[in-house]
Design a protein. Structure first.
Length: 340
């Protein structure tokens, strides 16, 4: 058997509630991107591995090998199966630690491929639990499943809740966040991603420290953000109203935990976000902890104008340390599995 799994990246636009006064925390919204993506090929029946004494061959980023081993071990133990003579090859990958959700997509792609090989029937949410993702945001596992715009409701919070502290997914053992709302993204919306040549976004210990240092978020900010999401963000997706989406997202950029995430970025990122919004009045921000910057447009002309604007900034050493621009679009289908 030989097949390929393709999974999308994502923009995580904001967490909602890091206050917890109503007995829930986290929650968030974002959407899937068609590119960058993971493309991972699986095949079994390679008898040459038997002679080498190896269960599988993994060709991909070395830092991911241990994750593959752990998932295989969990599936073998839980479902009494044996993985032998397997090749796993990463053909294309999402750049890590820039805010695009690479680790969740990799882990789910591996879990899905290994389950497919042994005909193990798990839901995507069950796979997310198996690989311990979704402990803060549910955007990653839900966009893997169906793409589009996602709004999740986080976790119960308190002494007997799923969580009793403010922690990122990397440090949380909570079950995947509660799903709530999914909707297709407007097909004509286009996304420009800028990956600047600056320090990678926060992860692991640094990420945990930021959560501890800046939470709880004020209830006033949580209420304002919730109002904007319910009465502006969601309707603007349904109505394909880019201007309304831009206004609501700009408000959220300046309140709550998203304000924290943007505030810790390199000065060039803060300046670029400010200039892009005030010059073009389009949705702009960083995904998760960044440092990747996104801009959303709804026309080829506007997209080219902004592309040229960002390019000129990148070429000016006084305004930018440089970087690369990726042109992409929303993904409304989630992962795909292609059998050869």
């Amino acid at each position: 058997m030989r097949f390929q799994i393709r999974s999308p990246s994502r923009l995580h636009l904001s967490l909602i509630d890091l206050n917890g006064s109503l007995g829930r925390i986290d929650g968030g919204f974002g959407f899937a991107l068609d590119n960058p993506n993971f493309v991972i090929e699986f095949s079994d029946g390679d008898d040459s591995l038997v002679n080498k004494g190896e269960k599988f061959i993994f060709i991909g980023p070395s830092e991911y090998l241990e994750h593959v081993q752990q998932i295989i071990s969990k599936l073998e133990s839980k479902f009494n199966v044996k993985y032998e003579n397997i090749n796993i090859t990463v053909k294309k990958s999402i750049l890590p630690h820039v805010g695009l959700g690479s680790k969740t997509q990799f882990l789910l792609s591996i879990a899905k491929g290994l389950c497919y090989l042994k005909k193990i029937n798990l839901t995507i949410r069950e796979m997310a639990s198996l690989v311990e993702r979704g402990g803060t945001s549910g955007i990653g596992y839900q966009i893997f499943e169906e793409g589009g715009f996602i709004l999740d409701l986080g976790h119960s919070y308190g002494k007997n809740g799923e969580k009793n502290s403010f922690m990122p997914s990397s440090a949380s053992k909570a079950q995947p966040a509660m799903p709530f709302f999914q909707h297709i993204m407007p097909e004509n919306w286009k996304v420009l991603l800028l990956i600047p040549n600056v320090k990678q976004g926060a992860n692991n210990i640094e990420e945990r420290n930021i959560f501890q240092d800046y939470t709880p978020i004020s209830i006033q900010d949580v209420e304002k953000i919730s109002h904007r999401i319910l009465m502006q963000i969601v309707p603007s997706i349904i109505n394909k109203d880019l201007d309304n989406f831009a206004e609501a997202l700009w408000f959220i950029n300046n309140h709550g935990f998203k304000k924290v995430e943007i505030g810790i970025q390199h000065e060039c990122i803060n300046n670029l976000i400010q200039d892009l919004y005030h010059t073009f009045k389009v949705p702009v921000g960083i995904s998760s902890f960044g440092p990747g910057v996104f801009v959303i447009t709804d026309s080829d002309e506007k997209s080219k104008e902004i592309y040229d604007y960002i390019s000129s900034r990148l070429e000016d050493p006084l305004k930018s340390p440089g970087g690369k621009i990726i042109e992409t679009k929303p993904n409304n289908s989630g992962f795909s599995l292609k059998v050869f």
